[in-house]
Design a protein around this ligand. Structure first.
Ligand SMILES: *[C@@H]1O[C@H](CO)[C@@H](O)[C@H](O)[C@H]1NC(C)=O
Ligand SMILES: *[C@@H]1O[C@H](CO)[C@@H](O)[C@H](O)[C@H]1NC(C)=O
Ligand SMILES: *[C@@H]1O[C@H](CO)[C@@H](O)[C@H](O)[C@H]1NC(C)=O
Ligand SMILES: *[C@@H]1O[C@H](CO)[C@@H](O)[C@H](O)[C@H]1NC(C)=O
Ligand SMILES: *[C@@H]1O[C@H](CO)[C@@H](O)[C@H](O)[C@H]1NC(C)=O
Ligand SMILES: *[C@@H]1O[C@H](CO)[C@@H](O)[C@H](O)[C@H]1NC(C)=O
Ligand SMILES: *[C@@H]1O[C@H](CO)[C@@H](O)[C@H](O)[C@H]1NC(C)=O
Ligand SMILES: *[C@@H]1O[C@H](CO)[C@@H](O)[C@H](O)[C@H]1NC(C)=O
Length: 739
């Protein structure tokens, strides 16, 4: 006792002494500095030589996440171009995730959004909104917008005719939540900026992706192929963002795989495998938070996924069970339609879960072990390029050029991840008189010049020569690079194949290193960025005209043109001259002739003597952990709910016995819930809410609610009315009894 007392006394004194000593040392340092100044007339070198103990200057870092879910009804889903695949509910919500880094001089913004792709229109509308809110702080050169490539988000946010046709038009109610959600995620990141650090790590992920066009890939030069172990990129690059206390703020992971684990039969909005990885990482870091809430932001970005599928069991003929044709992915009876690739799971939800879980686990491991700090300055370079006439000197004697956009016959064949319905096959290097005839009658034939330019692609749609009511495809395309220290993020305006992406990364790396400013830079491709231009395959892949080659819209030298343009940006960054780059021709922002083919949602009807929200199919009284609860309500069209961001059509509530209160445990953003909207005849519709009870769900009483809006007539005026429905209370019991 006595000892301890004296100890305490001793220590109290010591710390007092220590403080005095610190003050003394500080004063001495000041005097020495003053003396030095007086003697030498200049300040001592403020930057000591770097050593592991000397932390680098921190960045300012902000992270933000915002809901950008659009109307979960009637609107076609963007990806498979399947007109039957319209939205009819929600599996998981869609989010925009933003990261801002500032070095005191420059600021860069990277945003990844749960959408099929960023469209030019979406980007332009976002930049306009940012201009209004922040002036010149966030601009076309320092903001990268990238899509995760989920094929289960609402379409309708495009201004070029081809995409408007497959979207049922330009749909204001579809693009607005995307614009608002993206801007909000940037605003949240902006508002949370604080000093922090960035760390990098990289690794490999096996068993989660396959090449879906090996025949194309194998047409690349053998010498080049021999440099790589796989016909896909398995690399995963992770950036970890922490504050100065080392607490995690967020992370970005890049991995190349199509977000098509949810197949073309799906009608629920879903962020797919990439979104599920983000969901798991955020749930892990934001313990106890509902999905889409909590400060930690985890983004899983797309990359050079052009020929990469998550359907790891590969394609086979569903009619015969045999392998599909290697060259053209067709089957003996039924052609392309019968050749389908399957994921690792029991169904598409399970496949999404498995692939998402794999991606999450790898990123989590890389995040946990990320120790290599990313330091240095920030740079950004951006240009608009007229992609229809880029000339490239491929060697001393040969000059080649890109073409006006056009899609080949094999575009209509689709892929083994989702085929076309007509009798097109991949690998077509000759046209089909039948379809060409129809095309010529309806749209007119492609010009000889365009045909020659695209050779050997047989042109199905000469979109660059189709301008009614608006151009069918873009001419002006964004190329952009942002760098954070030695990490360069390439905003690629489409889907690069594996080898195309490797060539691009290599070309940019060389340029960055050439001036000596960058040492061993980490170059990553952010796919589906800024504007959608379909695929970018290599010249050699283009020759065999599978889907990816047929969808390389600016012709066989598309990749060469991008190599040139991105190398140009990289050189400007390496020489610190990005600010002097000419901006290039600005893209159009069409005000007229945008069309909308989606009819206004009509008034809702309900069964006689029922009310909206009334339960049609009740829950059972008791479920076991792992069971699926299902309840069906009289519903209105979810489009009548307007802007659905930050809300929920679903609530799973748990009863707390001690306080006799109900706690919200799941929303429609939860992986465990599925909100199905079923449209019946005569404007009747149902909402069925499923809760897939997790095996570890708390043993308790629960109830399920559904929220919505319906439209009705008040005299001659349509009005929107909100409603709410609630199931009976049910009990969840343990899945095993030991008797
Ligand atoms: C696909 O290619 C095979 C040869 O590999 C050929 O026999 C078959 O006719 C082709 N199918 C179509 C629809 O072009
Ligand atoms: C698509 O998903 C559904 C539901 O999971 C499944 O029944 C079907 O077989 C899947 N189709 C393909 C081609 O994966
Ligand atoms: C792009 O280039 C083509 C060919 O030179 C030209 O006809 C077209 O007008 C250009 N487009 C724009 C928007 O500048
Ligand atoms: C330049 O490229 C063309 C096309 O690839 C090729 O035919 C030609 O031989 C090359 N010339 C030289 C000098 O390498
Ligand atoms: C596709 O179907 C049409 C109409 O039946 C036929 O004329 C045409 O030859 C078919 N094309 C191929 C490639 O099978
Ligand atoms: C296109 O080429 C074909 C065959 O070479 C020729 O008959 C036709 O006149 C050409 N069309 C034009 C518009 O030059
Ligand atoms: C609706 O309720 C009214 C009054 O209770 C009753 O007369 C009528 O038969 C009911 N209609 C139906 C379809 O149940
Ligand atoms: C709604 O659910 C009820 C009860 O399950 C069913 O009888 C009815 O056909 C459903 N209606 C629609 C439009 O799906």
């Amino acid at each position: 006792m006595a000892d301890r007392k004296s100890n305490r006394k001793c220590c109290a004194l010591s710390s007092m002494e220590a403080m005095l000593m610190v003050l003394f040392v500080a004063m001495t340092t000041v005097s020495i500095t003053l003396i030095t100044l007086m003697v030498t007339g200049k300040s001592p070198d403020p930057t000591p030589p770097p050593s592991p103990e000397t932390p680098h200057q921190p960045f300012l870092i902000g992270v933000g996440r915002a809901d950008c879910t659009g109307p979960p009804a009637d609107i076609p889903l963007m990806g498979y171009a399947n007109p039957q695949q319209t939205a009819a509910g929600i599996h998981t919500r869609l989010f925009s995730r933003a990261f801002i880094v500032d070095d005191g001089q420059h600021r860069v913004v990277f945003v990844t959004v749960d959408v099929g792709m960023i469209s030019q229109r979406l980007r332009l509308e976002v930049l306009k909104a940012l201009q209004v809110k922040y002036g010149d702080l966030y601009r076309q050169d320092n903001v990268v917008l990238s899509g995760t490539h989920t094929h289960s988000g609402p379409a309708g946010y495009f201004q070029y005719t081809l995409f408007m046709i497959s979207s049922k038009g330009y749909i204001k109610s579809s693009i607005q939540p995307l614009v608002d959600g993206i801007v909000k995620s940037i605003a949240i990141a902006h508002g949370t900026m604080r000093p922090g650090r960035v760390y990098k790590n990289r690794g490999h992920l096996d068993g989660s992706s396959v090449n879906r066009s090996p025949h194309s890939y194998n047409n690349n030069p053998q010498g080049e192929r021999l440099r790589y172990e796989d016909n896909i990129d398995k690399r995963v690059v992770v950036l970890k963002f922490t504050d100065l206390d080392g607490d995690g703020m967020g992370m970005i992971s890049w991995f190349a795989v199509h977000a098509v684990s949810m197949n073309y039969t799906n009608r629920l909005l879903s962020s797919d495998n990439m979104g599920y990885a983000a969901y798991l990482m955020e749930q892990h870091k934001n313990r106890g938070a509902l999905p889409g809430q909590g400060a930690f932001v985890a983004a899983f970005s797309s990359s050079n996924l052009g020929d990469v599928s998550p359907n790891t069991r590969g394609p086979h003929c569903v009619n015969t069970g045999l392998a599909c044709d290697y060259l053209n992915s067709s089957c003996p009876d039924g052609g392309t339609r019968m050749c389908k690739a399957f994921g690792p799971g029991e169904d598409m939800f399970d496949s999404t879960r498995i692939i998402g879980l794999n991606i999450y686990r790898k990123a989590k491991e890389l995040y946990a072990n990320a120790v290599e700090e990313v330091t240095g300055v920030l740079r950004s370079a951006h240009q608009w390029v007229n992609m229809t006439d880029v000339t490239v000197h491929i060697n001393d004697t040969h000059v080649v050029s890109t073409c006006k956009p056009a899609l080949g016959h094999s575009f209509a064949a689709g892929t083994t991840d989702g085929g076309g319905d007509l009798n097109f096959t991949q690998g077509a290097v000759e046209g089909d008189p039948f379809w060409d005839g129809i095309r010529d009658t309806l749209l007119g034939p492609p010009s000889n010049q365009t045909q020659e330019c695209h050779h050997p692609k047989p042109i199905l749609f000469s979109t660059g020569e189709m301008n009614w009511p608006l151009p069918w495809h873009p001419e002006i395309v964004d190329v952009q690079i942002i760098t954070v220290g030695s990490v360069a993020v390439l905003a690629v305006p489409g889907e690069m194949t594996t080898m195309a992406g490797r060539r691009l990364r290599e070309a940019v790396k060389l340029e960055l290193e050439s001036g000596g400013a960058f040492k061993d830079p980490e170059v990553v491709i952010a796919g589906l960025s800024n504007i959608y231009t379909h695929y970018i395959s290599t010249y050699e892949e283009y020759q065999v005209q599978r889907y990816e080659g047929a969808s390389t819209i600016y012709g066989p030298h598309t990749l060469s043109a991008y190599l040139l343009k991105f190398a140009h940006l990289a050189r400007a960054i390496a020489q610190d001259k990005a600010g002097d780059l000419p901006p290039g021709p600005p893209p159009p922002f069409f005000e007229k002739n945008l069309f909308n083919l989606l009819p206004t949602a009509p008034v809702d009807k309900k069964p006689d003597n029922s009310t909206f929200g009334e339960v049609l199919q009740q829950v059972l009284p008791v479920y076991r952990q792992g069971d699926v609860v299902s309840v069906t309500f009289v519903a209105g069209n979810p489009r009548h709910s307007g802007d659905v961001r930050d809300g929920s059509f679903v609530a799973v509530e748990m009863h707390d016995n001690s306080s006799d209160t109900w706690t919200l445990v799941h929303t429609d953003a939860s992986w465990e819930t599925r909100f199905h909207w079923l449209k019946g005849p005569n404007r009747h519709s149902n909402a069925t809410v499923e809760w897939h009870i997790p095996p570890n769900a708390a043993i308790a009483a629960y109830r399920i609610k559904h929220f919505g809006h319906y439209k009705t007539m008040k005299g001659l005026r349509p009005v929107i009315v909100s409603y709410e429905g609630m199931s009976d209370v049910f009990q969840v019991v343990a899945s095993f009894y030991y008797e």
